[in-house]
Design a binder for this molecule. Structure first.
Ligand SMILES: NC(=O)c1ccc[n+]([C@@H]2O[C@H](COP(=O)([O-])OP(=O)(O)OC[C@H]3O[C@@H](n4cnc5c(N)ncnc54)[C@H](O)[C@@H]3O)[C@@H](O)[C@H]2O)c1
Length: 254
């Protein structure tokens, strides 16, 4: 092994929300690193189309329909994945939503619909919990695991108009730290990555110190590092991939 590079020893990864921007970039990078990938998302047809180019390149990546907010169904999907691949070494809890149904943008907290808030919590917080509950006994039994959860800059510093989302992401970051402690002796690391403003096309943006938005691949690279064998002495950390936004808004032009 070249000690300076990210390495994987015949690993199998589950990536949730795999049809999305960051999820798909993560699948591609894991495949390119030699990892076999179970890609999961709400709509298996859409997902099949998105991962088709990776399959055409000969990678072992398979699509699974999954709603992470449904605990029983999620457990069944993980059972199927273990049956198909023989094991799960890596879990990337990437599925997430921030906009309310109907595409409403920013809303004051008191104007938010309670059912919509519950849906955001069911997916962004309970979804992560359901997936971890489904995989932890398996990882503990094998004495190996790498779990990477998607936080958000919103969970670090707040995001006006998306208070329910920010609350979930803050919870995911603390949940990550706590589960890192609970699982340290079992060979399982648990970390999170908190993206800032990530768009398919990078554009200039005054809100970050680097003066631009980020690309899905830039987040995926951090996820893949934390998911690697090489990152074995890192646990309970949150890695902001946000162009320095966590340092505060860009206030001077240096
Ligand atoms: N893009 C950003 O700027 C940004 C910033 C901070 C955090 N994040 C987080 O990164 C993650 C990925 O974001 P993205 O930008 O790639 O979003 P995206 O919308 O492109 O992808 C999210 C994916 O999750 C899937 N999904 C939604 N609900 C689901 C459910 N109930 N069960 C299973 N899958 C479900 C969607 O179908 C979609 O494919 C999310 O957790 C998001 O909160 C993104």
């Amino acid at each position: 092994m070249n000690e300076t590079t990210t390495s994987f020893d015949h690993r199998v990864a589950v990536v949730t929300g795999a049809a999305g921007n960051i999820g798909l970039a993560t699948c591609r990078m894991l495949c390119e690193a030699g990892v076999r990938v179970a890609a999961a998302d709400l709509d298996a047809g859409v997902l099949e189309d998105r991962i088709a180019p990776l399959r055409e390149r000969g990678f072992d990546i398979r699509a699974y329909a999954q709603d992470v907010s449904d605990r029983k169904a999620t457990e069944a999907v993980f059972g199927k994945i273990i049956g198909d691949f023989g094991k799960i070494d890596i879990l990337v809890n990437n599925a997430g939503v921030w906009v309310h149904r109907g595409g409403k943008g920013r809303q004051r907290f008191e104007e938010m619909d309670e059912a919509e808030i519950r849906r955001i919590v069911e997916i962004n917080l309970f979804g992560v919990m359901h997936c971890m509950r489904a995989v932890l006994p398996h990882m503990a039994e094998r004495g190996y695991g790498r779990i990477v959860n998607l936080g958000s800059i919103a969970g670090e510093v707040g995001l006006p108009g998306f208070s329910d989302y920010a609350a979930c992401k803050a919870a995911v970051i603390r949940f990550t730290q706590t589960l890192a402690m609970e699982n340290a002796k079992r060979g399982i690391t648990v970390n999170s990555v908190s993206p800032g403003m990530i768009l398919q096309k990078v554009v200039p943006h005054d809100g970050t110190w680097l003066g631009r938005t980020g690309a899905p691949e830039e987040v995926a690279r951090a996820i893949v590092f934390l998911a690697s064998d090489t990152a074995g002495y890192l646990t309970g950390v949150d890695v902001p991939v946000d162009g320095g936004r966590i340092l505060g808004p860009r206030s001077v032009d240096f």
